[in-house]
Write a protein that binds this ligand. Sequence first.
Ligand code: SF4
Length: 163
Amino acid sequence: MSKDEKDVETLGKELRAKTMKVLGRSMAIREVDAGSCNACEVEVNSLTSSIYDIERFGLHIVASPRHADALLVTGPVTRNMEVPLLKTYEAAPSPRIVIAMGACAISGGIFKDCYACNEGVSEFLPVDVLIPGCPPRPQAIIQGIMVALEKLESRKRGASCQK
Ligand code: SF4
């Protein structure tokens, strides 16, 4: 970690403050593995482990997209994950935020040009936030989720202006 990089504890406190401001409760995320090598999942799992314990900062990884404020998608989107990814998106309530995590989800990464893969999530869904890295560090994931909260806030504000 460089001296300018914030640690998880500091970022977590910022995340909790932002989550409460935007949602007034914890944020729910449905993670979708769309064909990753699993290293991106290891980083997400590390956030929920007893070391980082991200739930204390108001972030829940949930089992159902129906409970999710955002989808966190990893992998290039393999052909057999195209339909499940679209169904998961359709099942998530609006305003839903889509986060593409890792080089594969952003552009296909090391799987680019593979016969069984696509070139990232944006081929199928409107992506709101990109989290670069291979895999991204836990700090980068938290920062990406804070950007997602800002998008969620502006989308909710837009929806209330239209009423
Ligand atoms: S971005 Fe890297 S770590 Fe993540 S799924 Fe792709 S190859 Fe694996």
